[in-house]
Design a protein around this ligand. Structure first.
Ligand SMILES: *Cc1c(COP(=O)(O)O)cnc(C)c1O
Length: 217
């Protein structure tokens, strides 16, 4: 795909976003040149789901890019991105929160995280259950800034099911926010196929890949 369509695609997605919604451009599997093209058009937030790929890209791209880790994480890999990551969306168990907290301390920084909640009917999708989030102790992780929740809806064409799942994340967020610091204000939900529905349901961060970069092979 050439440069012009990429920027057009970016502008098409941006035009559908209210100003309070952050666009994370999901660049996984896509080349460095595509990220540079969007960077030159002003995009600064990029999402990756593999640790090594994100680290490789971050090493050669401008340092003011905000890198978002959105994929499943093995706790022994957090050291490979703890020094530079802007936000981790996919904290789905206390073991990962612990590893990130330790790595943040070692790097003398705080790391922004979202707690991933299991909202899909598919058991394959990761995430905390509501009861686990209600038991989560933010004070156990002094080097993490818990910025909100992330969720992924079931892979289906059934809009009403997706809508119900997004609603579930929004309700969980409302019920939980008092237990957290004022930084707890983000709901990361919505991808290429469903981000407008997600925004209707209260999303503040959308993670959009193929609508900007084209299909992944
Ligand atoms: C790949 C991915 C996305 C983006 O998906 P698209 O349908 O290409 O927009 C969003 N979130 C997560 C967690 C992903 O892995």
């Amino acid at each position: 795909m050439g440069m012009i369509p990429l920027i057009d695609n970016l502008h098409d997605v941006q035009a559908k976003l209210p100003s309070h919604v952050t666009l994370v451009a999901v660049s996984k599997t896509k080349p460095i040149e595509d990220i540079e093209t969007l960077y030159q058009a002003g995009q600064r937030d990029f999402g990756e789901n593999r640790v090594q790929e994100m680290a490789k890209k971050a090493a050669v791209l401008p340092s003011d890019i905000h890198w978002h880790m959105i994929g499943h994480i093995q706790s022994n890999k957090v050291k490979d991105f703890a020094s530079f990551v802007h936000m981790v969306h996919s904290v789905d168990r206390n073991k990962v929160a612990n590893a990130l907290n330790k790595a943040a301390a070692k790097n003398e920084r705080n790391i922004n995280v979202l707690l991933q909640m299991h909202i899909a009917t598919e058991s394959s999708k990761q995430g905390y259950e509501l009861e686990e989030l209600q038991a989560f102790q933010p004070e156990d992780y002094p080097h993490l800034t818990i910025c909100g929740l992330m969720g992924m809806a079931t892979f289906t064409d059934d809009k009403s099911q997706i809508s119900t799942e997004f609603q579930c994340l929004q309700s969980a967020f409302d019920g939980l926010k008092e237990r957290f610091s004022p930084a707890f204000k983000q709901i990361s939900m919505g991808m290429s196929g469903d981000f407008q529905l997600a925004i209707e349901k209260g999303s503040t961060m959308v993670r959009v890949g193929s609508s900007i970069f084209g299909q992944r092979s």
